[in-house]
Design a protein around this ligand. Sequence first.
Ligand code: BGC
Length: 744
Amino acid sequence: MIILLPVLLGIFLLGGAFIPAHEKARSGPEDPIARKVDSVLALMTLEEKIGQMTLYTTDWGSTGPTIRPGYADDIRAGNCGALFNSHTAAFTRELQRIAVEESRLKIPLLFGFDVVHGYKTMFPIPLGQAASWDMEAIERAAEVAAAEAAAAGLNWTFAPMLDVTRDPRWGRVMEGPGEDPFLGAAAARAQVKGFQGDSFDNADRVLACVKHFAAYGAPIGGRDYNTVDMSERTFREVYLPPYRAGVEAGAWTVMASFNDIDGVPATGNSWLMGDILRGEWNFPGFVVTDYTGINEMVSHGVVANEKEAGELAVLAGVEMDMQSAAYQNHLKQSVREGKVPEARIDEAVRHILYTKFLLGLFDDPYKFCNKEREQRVLLSQEHQDASRDVARRSIVLLRNEGVLPLSKEIKTLAVIGPLADDKDNLIGAWSGAGEGRHCVSLLTGIRSKLGKEANILYAKGCEIEGDDQSGFAEALAAARKADAVILAIGEHKDMSGEATSKAMIRIPGQQEELARQLAATGKPVAVVLMNGRPLVMPWLAENAPALLECWWLGTQAGNAIADVLFGDYNPSGKLPITFPRHEGQIPIYYSYKNTGRPFNPDSKWTTKYIDIPNTPQFPFGYGLSYTTFRYSAPKVDRAVFRRGQEVKITVTVENAGRLAGEEVVQLYLRDLVASTTRPVKELKGFQKIMLKPGERREVQFTLTENDFAFYTRTMQWAAETGSFDLMVGGSSDEVQTVRVTMIE
Ligand code: BGC
């Protein structure tokens, strides 16, 4: 797929103002950046062009960043246009200096890194952030991450990760927005805005990278890197929306995914990179591979060797080769042989040079390498406050039998569990430059909340993994002496993330047994879960006196959890993904289809298991509060409406308890009769509102024709007339319904 120059020229950025991609058609061929790009391109040899398309990695040694032998010479020779994993202001400044002072054309480097949920100040893992359903909080997390990354010499993050997934066996579930396209798209917009800001003139924002394009979150069996195969309708309705939202919000780069889809690896897929990304979405930036995605096409079996792999990738629309050196090793030969037109190389390089101009690197290559700023910005108090705030918004209260919130006047408190006094795991996987030593453990958070007077008994109880119960006795003795028990258990940070798929997603080791024995003491036990994925935990889910899903919350985890445990913050998170009762239910998601034989407990011949229920342990959208919210029956402004007319649905929500709190009011839709089968529920709106005790608020959603649309039988994105159920409530399984009908 050849990307034509007018597409690039049509991009924008006049006078430095950022114009979102969907408005780019406004600017014309007079784009001054494009003229500059062409003037540089005219000077370049083919080798230098291929160099711009090559992304190298650097490493991190015990004394700081290191560079591999020969790489500095390669920068000098113009063989590499970008680096990843290179960070700190000093290190990037030196590498940039080599590029702009010692290379022939003095083209500045891009510096990329996986700043997924924080650079130094860590925020909750993205799945946890999605549980906040709070787009301002998510944007703020990305903004702080960008500010720290940009202060440490980086100008590009490999985030947001926007892979919808319905399979918690897949370890990378922790890195994305969960199971839903609508919530995922909202999180995508918030993150892109946070990372990139409104203008590339800013020195405290970085380029975003929408990844992993596409449908990487749907590997068969939940095994990482595995085959993806699904209908185009499901692909477009469920998996594409978050990526699209990210691109439309202006994300300047996109990463191709490792997987194949419908038989074609994404890295060599011109339908994805050409037809959809450039054609349908008008993507103006550049596409990078995921790591050795090019070489891996040999193993996929669609090319015989690395050279053919490079040809397939570049012709499909992949502009930058991360790590594999396939472009560097073979592309020149491919051009000579006429397998790849040089014009295609030029197009790719234009996109990359354009980006460097856009960031202002030709004017100030050291814009992001400022040691003084780095020292001032990293881990600043302001960033700690932001992290604590986002962290407590991400916590989901799953059960509470009157245990929480605990009183701060408590005399003796037992704090137990392998994660209670742990700092290293709080940053979770994909933790950028984050370090456990900067984290506030739960024990420390509780101590600073209760002060020196409180009698806190700590016991580890057991390790995260293994069979050893020798610590149980001490833990049980502490519990018996205490007025209440807090038990912190879950996953080690390496148990979720890349290449950590699991067949059994249970709480590892002896931790659940420890919980059982502690609960048997009769003391009020609040279980704090720290983990990266939905877990199967039947005993806890049905018996824990209190259960808090705390994910991996980042640097301020301990303070944030203490805020919730002691009622300084009323939990408001809602699950962004279904928690199954059993792995055998996977994939399990709220937005399933009715089938011709919907579940009926009294009939064997319906869609169900004979050994476990269909229902999840905890549904999508679910989460408790310390107060209760009462919903009125929803009302619509018109029960019958014409195509093109808006429909307003209104509900009154009342805080019927004694504590102030936030509620996520959710709107779902079901199309009752359509030309294709439709899900029983699809999220179409949500609002997070704060209510004081006794306060009532009217919440209104406005639906337009587009909200009723789907891919019809003939694959048109359109709404069909007929009746729809609109459902409003505080969880996907607790809604009230009103019916509306659309007529021509
Ligand atoms: C991951 C990407 C990441 C890249 C660079 C790959 O293994 O799949 O998400 O951006 O490494 O670290």
